[in-house]
Design a protein around this ligand. Sequence first.
Ligand code: GLN
Length: 465
Amino acid sequence: MTILEFHKALKNKKTSARETAISYLDKIKKENKNLNAYLEIFSARGGSASGGEYDALKQAKEIDEKIASGEEPGALWGVPIAIKDNILIRGEIASAASKILGNYVASYDAHVIAKLKKAGVIFLGRTNMDEFAMGSSTENSAYGPTKNPRDTSKVPGGSSGGSAAAVAGGLAMAALGSDTGGSIRQPAAFCGVVGLKPTYGAVSRNGLIAMASSLDQIGPITQTVEDAEILFNTIKGKDEMDSTSVLPKVFNRAAKIKTIGIPKEYFSEQGLDPHIKSELDKVINKLEKNYEIHEINLPHTKYALACYYIIVPAEVSSNMARFDGVRYGERKDAGNLIETYKKSRGEGIGLEVRRRILLGTYALSAGYYNAYYSKAQRVRSLVAEDFKKAFAEVDLILAPTVPTPPFKIGEKTNDPLAMYLSDIYTIPANLAGVPALTLASGAQLIAPHFEENRLFEVGKFIEHD
Ligand code: GLN
């Protein structure tokens, strides 16, 4: 059931929040061992008794009691969702799928979690991910890979692979993920579900374990565009704890969508898998019935990946400094301070995260700062400028999300560059800060800042025949 379908059933008393939560928990109990989508379930019924503060079934019961007492249910009451393991829920572990945070219990709710609690959402559990959200396959988790429910020999994508797999496999009605360079959209495309990377600043990052703070955004992973819209409208908005978040009045500017741009650079023969191209062609044919289609140029696309892999490691090297076993993270005592740092970090932090700390520290070092970091920042402006120019010509952009279909588990683990390339079509939107929506078909829509409404309008047009 989608969120909308469930709500119809809930209002007509065809189901209850508790009954629905139980059916998900039972399915998780049966199937999660194989998929490894969840790292922990917030109810003993799901198989892993959490010992945490949060209890999904208790929350569901409270919702049912409110409905029984005659209250009109809000749009998300009783909706059972999965939460990526880097978003804090008070009293629960949030490990970012890292060993170093394996026992870290969140002392407060992330802003989005507080909002969803208020909206009556039920949290089923926390989902697997690439360690600290660095990766494209969920194989960088310290707790084993997640499998793609559509084909369990394949990866679900990443880094929000557990969330996407939970939604695609029917182990959650919807989920939250985070997207720094594609981590919501790429797994959504690999698992055949919907994923939204909101405009930078649309959703508060307070309570999200930071990866690259100038790019990170929390967003929904859902079965339909309508469901993504409902969740987004609930979590968006100003939070005084995140100075980059914006007031709601910047949203909902009315705009008539007439033209859709197809960026030439995203459809190059060498780069794009023919099956994905033919899926996209179908979408374009459909759009032609209602919109004008224009070819456009985003000329700096070819530099986006290189630029991202300077800026991200730079920010990562800074954000990861707090996980030293003293301020945060599991402490491994080793006699003196430096050895304790080394042991705690050496044992607690995985290889990909280490690679980025090293690259970022290098790129920020005195002799190389100008050559790498400053230059990458200038390239980032050029990528953003490309979108600005494009949106002077067209109202929306259509692009692929991924260059290839899901790859086999293990196929790219020894080739970081091949892994990085799977985000080639998602990274530019993060660098520019613009919102982007991936549909179950793998099509990606990109809109100007704070114009998520355009994504939903055209997304629904594509989704409905
Ligand atoms: N796969 C990309 C990376 O490894 C994106 C990750 C993300 O969006 N969190 O950086």
